[in-house]
Design a protein around this ligand. Structure first.
Ligand code: HEM
Length: 156
């Protein structure tokens, strides 16, 4: 039987009314989060190829954040995600920080192999992520931080 809380929070969007329980199924799961991880990891790799440390670091951090969000929303994956972040992703991060681009290639390959091993572990052997052959078309991989930054687009 459905649990009835002492008081119910109702969200009124103007288009409909929703309880907190209604919103649960709308939260993203691994099926929505994982392709975003793949996109970040792809960008991280080609940022490394472009020897762009800040961009590679940023993309890897975003991939970590997405995985941690996945682990929060799907706790059964939490231990695997923690191990993956602390081992394989940390090795990639260390190589980026050291600007050890040969080590980066090796750590990146090991990270992808481990990701696919986790897919095997969760009975998803048919999901084998592979690095796209081309760099992402929507990002200038040479862009770096400008000292002081640009405060407004009109500064361009
Ligand atoms: C570099 C890291 C990773 C990448 C690039 C990656 C990539 C992907 C992609 C692209 C998909 C979706 C495939 C599709 O639906 O078309 C997927 C699914 C999945 N991945 Fe990963 N993955 C990574 C790491 C992990 C790790 C560490 C775990 C361990 C918890 C994991 C568990 C899963 C699961 C359970 C699914 C199936 C989700 C579903 O129910 O649809 N992945 N992954």
């Amino acid at each position: 039987m459905k649990r009835v809380p002492a008081h119910e929070h109702v969200l009124d969007t103007g288009k409909g009314e929703f309880t907190l329980d209604d919103l649960g199924p709308l939260l993203p799961g691994m099926a929505e989060i994982m392709p975003l991880v793949g996109s970040r990891v792809w960008k991280c790799y080609y940022a490394g190829q472009a020897r762009n440390r800040p961009l590679a670091r940023f993309q890897l951090n975003e991939a970590v954040n997405l995985l941690e969000k996945g682990a929060f929303l799907r706790p059964k994956y939490a231990d695997s995600v923690t191990a993956f972040v602390e081992e394989e992703m940390a090795a990639v991060r260390d190589a980026i920080e050291a600007e050890d681009w040969k080590g980066f290639e090796e750590a990146f390959d090991a990270m992808v192999a481990a990701a696919n091993a986790y897919h095997d572990l969760y009975d998803k052997s048919f999901l084998r992520w592979k690095l796209p052959a081309d760099p992402p078309p929507d990002l200038d991989l040479t862009a770096r931080a400008v000292k002081g930054g640009l405060s407004r687009p009109s500064d361009l």
